[in-house]
Design a protein around this ligand. Structure first.
Ligand code: SOE
Length: 378
């Protein structure tokens, strides 16, 4: 069992994924804080945890807790992370780490000042075959990367009656598809290729400008159609396409949408290099396509015995045994907790507060580019 003890804020769809992953790693979870005393208690019972916290302050002063996982709506991240860092807790925060770059920069400073680690949940890096793609790119398996393109498409906000807090700018921020799912894609593109994005040119659209807001609570991915509702104007992006210029002349293009019928949570990328290509899709995460010009294309099925040594450790099960979305949290937290247990001495391999800040800088540049209808330097 780990020496470190965790606690969680927010027990919605993703909070429960965090608790499941911590349990697989044998990291004790001391308790949960919800949006009210009743919700803390009902989540405590649902997740079978020892403690229901009554407030952020009560959680921050629990000396048994070393790491807190923040799984709340975006507008709460900054205040919660700041309070917890000041109280000496390490923080694993859902993305985006904050609402603005001023806030994310302040969190980096606070973590440094209090000598605590901050991670951001860009968990999709931790699919075994994404780790494999990164290792292959680093070893030059497809030569010099020239193009990176792909999309992240969903349909859970397809109907005007679909609702979630992410649609409200005060709770989710000014951007939605770009910030909620586009940042996963952008994080992958930069992490896979090891190249930063220097310039962006974005086109954003709100394809459903008026939606029905239900008068009750709706969870992420939960249908809301049957309840009483009010019509509200929407300003956040249902769709975006962004042209990208990376370091070392790498070019790219990303499309994101939360209104693409039939696409549930489909992140795909293809990287075309001077000697070959690699492609992957999160809806078939145990397969990677390897493209050639002068020989037949290949398909790698996830199998640790066929994977590059640097990536192999991120596959928890033998070949033929599929790994998916919940497993990515396990691998991310494994890296994060190992780093904390090592006293922060190792190089951080997990997405850090700096990663979260870089993503917000990109989001701001994309928003400016779309508003001004031009390329913007990051
Ligand atoms: C909703 O769009 C969501 O839950 C995102 O917030 C997650 O980051 C993504 O992994 C799945 O979809």
């Amino acid at each position: 069992m780990s020496q470190l003890q965790a606690a969680i804020i927010g027990a919605g769809f993703v909070g429960r994924a965090h608790v499941d992953a911590l349990r697989r790693l044998d990291i004790p979870v001391a308790g949960v804080l919800g949006s009210s005393a009743e919700r803390s208690e009902s989540s405590r019972r649902l997740l079978n945890l020892p403690r229901a916290y009554g407030s952020l302050e009560e959680l921050a002063s629990d000396s048994e807790v070393h790491v807190v996982h923040i799984c709340t709506p975006n507008h709460l991240h900054f205040e919660q992370a700041s309070t917890l860092l000041r109280a000496g807790k390490h923080v694993m925060c859902e993305k985006p780490v904050a609402m603005t770059t001023q806030e994310s920069a302040a969190l980096i400073d606070l973590a440094r000042e209090h000598k605590r680690e901050g991670g951001v949940c860009y968990n999709l890096r931790y699919y075994p075959l994404c780790q494999e793609a990164r290792a292959r790119l680093a070893s030059g398996a497809i030569g010099e990367p020239r193009l990176v393109h792909g999309s992240f498409l969903q349909d859970w906000l397809f109907y005007p009656t679909d609702w979630n807090w992410r649609l409200e700018t005060e709770l989710g921020g000014d951007l939605r598809a770009v910030s909620d799912i586009g940042t996963h894609w952008l994080d992958l593109a930069m992490w896979l290729t090891g190249r930063k994005i220097l310039e962006v040119c974005g086109d954003l659209a709100t394809t459903i400008p008026v939606r029905q807001r239900p008068r009750g609570r709706v969870e992420t991915f939960q249908a809301a159609a049957a309840v009483a509702s009010d019509a509200v104007k929407i300003s956040t992006d249902d769709y975006a396409s962004v042209l990208l210029r990376f370091e070392a002349n790498l070019r790219g293009c990303m499309t994101v949408s939360q209104v693409s019928a039939g696409r549930k949570a489909s992140l795909s990328f293809e990287i075309d290099g001077s000697e070959g290509s690699l492609a992957w899709n999160s809806e078939s995460p145990n397969q990677m396509w390897i493209g050639h010009r002068n020989q037949a294309n290949q398909e790698l099925l996830k199998d640790p015995s066929l994977m590059t040594p640097a990536a192999r450790g991120y596959a928890a099960y033998p070949g033929g045994h599929s790994e998916g979305y919940p497993d990515t949290f396990v691998q991310l937290f494994k890296d994060f907790y190992a780093h904390i247990e090592g006293g922060g001495a190792s190089v951080a391999t997990f997405p850090s507060f700096q990663t979260g800040h870089d993503e917000l800088v990109l989001c701001e540049a994309i928003a400016r580019s779309a508003r001004d209808r031009r390329w913007v330097e990051v």
